[in-house]
Design a protein around this ligand. Sequence first.
Ligand SMILES: [Cu+2]
Ligand SMILES: [Zn+2]
Length: 191
Amino acid sequence: MLTMCTLLFGTSCKNDKKDTTTIDESTEMTDSQMVQEEVTEMKKVQVALESRSNSTAKGNVVFTEENGTVTMTAVVEGLKEGTHAIHIHEKADCSAADGTSAGGHWNPTNQPHGKWGSSDGYHKGDIGNMEADADGNATVTITTDEWCIGCGDSNKDVLGHAIIVHDGTDDFKTQPTGDAGGRISCGGIIQ
Ligand SMILES: [Cu+2]
Ligand SMILES: [Zn+2]
């Protein structure tokens, strides 16, 4: 019996391609492969955006972190055609019908509201705007080393906050909100 188990284990190890697997091959991972990825380098958290303020806006946001760089992609549907602000807000609490339970913009570094990367300052949650097409679909991607997923550094860690999509446009000037209008979709960033 012992010999049998050793043999099986040995065979399994020999076929294990762990050392040559790259992160980019992760599109169709099984659960066991997913565990292996987490043990190595890539972190991932997925957020469902729910409609708020009687809107039809909903969607999905995916954060991944690899080698200290976080990429966030938001895909939203059910929007009015045109420009919509999207931010990370302070609290992972979408319970209010108008989304106000998520608090203000996530701003751990005590900066003014602004355009991401601006020398005048910007909140860590100031993702910016996205454009909805005539069918109401919008997507935005941001890649940054100013965030992390679950690293525990309160100036960087996106976990425990919320994604908010707004009815209007972020003007990058009005303090502290960007005058982006109502909150039409919300999702807590929870692992
Ligand atoms: Cu906002
Ligand atoms: Zn802001």
